[in-house]
Design a protein around this ligand. Structure first.
Ligand code: ADP
Ligand code: MG
Length: 330
């Protein structure tokens, strides 16, 4: 089983940012209002995610670490997925690639902790924690120096983590996020987004302002278009607010951050006539549809999706954005 976990780990966990993604998604699924991520050395030596969600009962801690044990799906309908997690793979995989400790408390019960290293889990032990869950992963890939060598510089890995946290923060404007860097005994806040209030539209706009900046939020075109069961919403920047790199393209399908080639291609195509080739549009776009119209189960890391009708979605994005650009005089 430890060997299976290591193989699965290679698929889901390529780098510290993939671990952060899985842990923050778990915290979101747990209904947290506040999520804190602390990393050190680009996440290579430390990743700690603290949340104030529902917690894990002591008796369930060993279960959370066993393969394909998920509390989020009943196995009958893989296409109908509402939470982020649905494979029950993240925690066992993390236990296979680093030194993992989970401390958790369900309201009204005692807190407990469990540790895993090299695939060997301890029994749950009493612990001190007021609420929620703390998952700490130390020394990722310490047992596989070959994998460790493939990682990029601490700075680059830290950037990738920041990117993951920002994407998830954009998807969950009512949740507060803090990212801190504890390298060398430091404790620097590198990203912070306080929980937004109001309706979803206001909340999203406020969160965009935090993540993409005041300029973007104040000059973005608001998008709202529908076609054949697909709903496109969000914000897109005027061509004058484009960037030299594609770092500010945030795409979501049914509330999940994705990096899908088809969607990115459609975004590019929408701006083709108004942007030179070396510029990249800035946008935060949300595609929502019935879960049966999209398969998010394509890759373990879950950032690619497969639509039943890709041409419809591509057409919707292109026409929705072009319409908004034209109305703004472009
Ligand atoms: P999945 O998210 O696919 O269910 P994971 O391996 O990521 O699988 O997590 C296993 C289980 O552990 C989850 O189904 C959930 O019940 C529990 N769990 C993990 N992280 C948390 C958390 N932060 N708060 C509450 N429960 C959690
Ligand atoms: Mg999960």
């Amino acid at each position: 089983d430890a060997a299976i976990n290591r193989i699965a780990a290679g698929e889901v966990l390529e780098r510290p940012a993939s671990a952060v993604k899985e842990l923050v998604e778990n915290a979101i699924d747990a209904g947290s209002n506040r999520i804190e991520v602390v990393i050190a050395d680009g996440g290579k030596t430390l990743i700690r995610v603290t949340d104030d969600g529902c917690g894990i009962a002591p008796a369930d801690l060993p279960l959370a670490l066993s393969r394909h044990a998920t509390s989020k799906i009943d196995g009958s309908d893989l296409l109908n997925i509402n939470s982020f997690g649905f494979r029950g793979e993240a925690l066992p995989s993390l236990g296979a690639v680093g030194r993992l400790t989970i401390t958790s408390r369900v309201d009204g019960t005692e807190a407990a902790a469990i540790s895993v290293a090299g695939g060997q889990a301890t029994n749950p032990r009493p612990a001190a924690l007021s609420t929620g869950t703390v998952v700490e992963l130390r020394d990722m890939f310490y047992a596989t120096p070959a994998r460790l060598k493939f990682l990029r510089t601490d700075r680059a890995e830290g950037q990738a983590i920041s990117d993951v946290v920002k994407r998830l923060a954009m998807a969950e404007p009512f949740v507060s996020f803090v990212l801190r860097d504890a390298s060398g005994g430091d404790n620097r806040t590198t990203f912070r987004a306080d929980a937004e209030t109001g309706d979803l539209f206001d909340a999203l706009h406020g969160r965009l302002r935090t993540v993409l900046g005041k300029d973007f939020a104040e000059n973005a075109l608001s998008i709202d278009a529908r076609r054949d069961g697909f709903h496109l919403t969000g914000y897109a920047a005027l061509p004058t607010y484009s960037r030299g790199a594609a770092v500010a393209q945030f795409l979501f399908v049914n509330g999940r951050p994705v990096r899908d080639k088809m969607l990115l291609g459609a975004l590019r195509a929408a701006y083709m006539d108004v942007l030179s080739r070396d510029r990249h549009p800035v946008a935060a776009l949300f595609v929502d549809c019935d879960p049966t119209l999209v398969d998010v189960n394509v890759h373990p890391a879950k950032s690619e999706v497969r639509f039943r009708e890709p041409a419809t979605v591509r057409g919707l994005i292109i026409s929705g954005l072009r319409h908004a650009l034209a109305e703004a005089g472009h």
